[in-house]
Ligand binder design. Structure first.
Ligand code: NDP
Length: 392
């Protein structure tokens, strides 16, 4: 049976890996919608090649370019954030959520509302609105499948386990670009240096978040939200080879590990074929050749983002949306050369410090409207804090 597929964030790293998989067996899939933002050439090329129904750019000013690139192909063109949401609402069996940032939340919810299986790479959706994602999936009989490699690993390890037999969940971290740098040099880390990853090839934002460990901080919260695991039972382990993605410890002392190559097509393929297993063309690990796997505990002084994530989980409510938005804003400023690498955590901590006491904001009921309000509040506050710091 042909499955109807949409890919949100089709032009990005995860989107392209997803396209790589479905293009191998084109007869198995009918592509409904592909969405992107600035990379019009890639979006149009893939939409034509895969004969998509519609291609959407999030940028309204790029609609004419997209139309021109699609001319004569029969693929519809649309633009703007609401067009991305409309595209996600088109009936599809399986939707990849691979937009980067909180911008991925409304389209992801729209895909759940039309009852699709949502393959979730966009971790920010769970960090900002985990309870809302679950409730929406339940209400519309939709399915939520993790795609982050660690969470896909946990999901696969938990299959067939009793959740009350789980003593702990361990997610691994490469340690990022600066794992072995002397602490005192981190303040001078440049954008180019932060944009390289020792093991994974990913989009620029998640790569920088890996260097600062904000990515792992988001993933700890994502683990809690996806699986309902108590924060005290979630550990982070630095594992430079990034070959073990996750481990699950059980009450009988067993420790199960999920291993695989650094290739997101395993986790994407798992979600694509779920609940079955299908062949995926990723490298098979030769452990005899690899020889050695290393582990260490993360250094809290090097990675303050991890303790901020603990504070966010303790506070609960909409604290995750505030945390993510403050992080995205600080990251924007680092990318623009307006904030130092180490200053990002300080900005996020200051936003949390000023927001946690605002019960009307943090304890507001979890609705999309309130999550977006918390997101806007945190972005404005982060900007104010950075402006005040510059002036001071
Ligand atoms: P990329 O930056 O490579 O791609 C992001 C995608 O989102 C692109 O298609 C981009 O369009 C689009 N986009 C950017 N801004 C907007 C916006 N405001 N509205 C709509 N679309 C937008 O990111 P990745 O593929 O690396 O990551 C995507 C998500 O998956 C993130 O949440 C990330 O944390 C998560 N993830 C990624 C992994 C990886 O290996 N890359 C691993 C695990 C999780 P365009 O390029 O056309 O501008």
């Amino acid at each position: 049976m042909t499955r109807r597929i949409s890919i949100l964030g089709a032009t990005g790293s995860i989107g392209q890996s997803t396209i790589d998989l479905i293009a191998r067996t084109p007869d198995a899939y009918k592509v409904v919608a592909l969405t992107g933002s600035r990379n019009i050439a890639q979006l149009a090329e893939d939409a034509k090649r895969l004969n998509a129904e519609i291609a959407v750019t999030a940028q309204p000013d790029l609609l004419d370019d997209l139309r021109a690139a699609l001319q004569g192909s029969g693929v519809e063109a649309a633009a703007g954030q609401s067009a991305v949401i409309d595209a996600a609402s088109r009936p599809a069996d399986w939707v990849m959520s691979a937009i980067v940032g909180a911008a991925g939340l409304p389209p992801g919810l729209a895909a759940l509302e039309q009852g699709a299986t949502l393959a979730l790479a966009n971790k920010e959706s769970m960090v900002c609105a985990g309870a809302l994602m679950h409730a929406t999936a339940k209400r519309h009989d939709a399915t939520l499948l993790p795609v982050d490699s660690e969470h896909s690993g946990v999901f696969q390890l938990l299959a067939g386990q009793q959740i009350d037999a789980v003593e702990r969940v361990v997610i691994t971290a490469s340690g990022g670009a600066f794992r072995d740098w002397p602490l005192e040099e981190l303040a001078n880390a440049t954008l180019a240096q932060a944009s390289t990853h020792p093991t994974w090839n990913m989009g620029q934002r998640i790569t920088i978040d890996s260097a600062s460990m904000f990515n792992k901080a988001l993933e700890v919260i994502e683990t809690r939200e996806l699986f309902g695991i108590d924060p005290d039972k979630i550990d982070v382990l630095v594992h430079p080879q990034s070959l073990i993605h996750a481990m699950v410890g059980l009450v009988d002392g067993g420790l199960l590990a999920h291993l695989g190559a650094h290739d997101m097509r395993h986790a994407i393929g798992y979600a694509l074929h779920w609940p079955d297993r299908g062949a995926v063309p990723v490298e098979r690990l030769d452990l005899a050749k690899i020889g050695q796997l290393d582990f260490s505990a993360p250094d809290p002084a090097r990675y303050p983002a991890l303790s901020l994530a603990r504070a966010v989980m303790d506070r609960g409510g909409l604290a995750g949306a505030v945390f993510n938005a403050a992080k995205e804003t600080a990251l924007d400023h680092f990318i623009a050369g307006q904030l130092g690498f180490l200053e990002m955590a300080g900005v996020v901590e200051a936003v949390l410090g000023r927001s946690f006491g605002d019960n009307g904001l943090i304890d507001a009921p979890m609705s999309l409207e309130n999550v977006l309000a918390a997101d806007r509040h945190a972005r404005a506050l982060a900007k104010d804090i950075m402006t005040a710091e510059k002036a001071g």
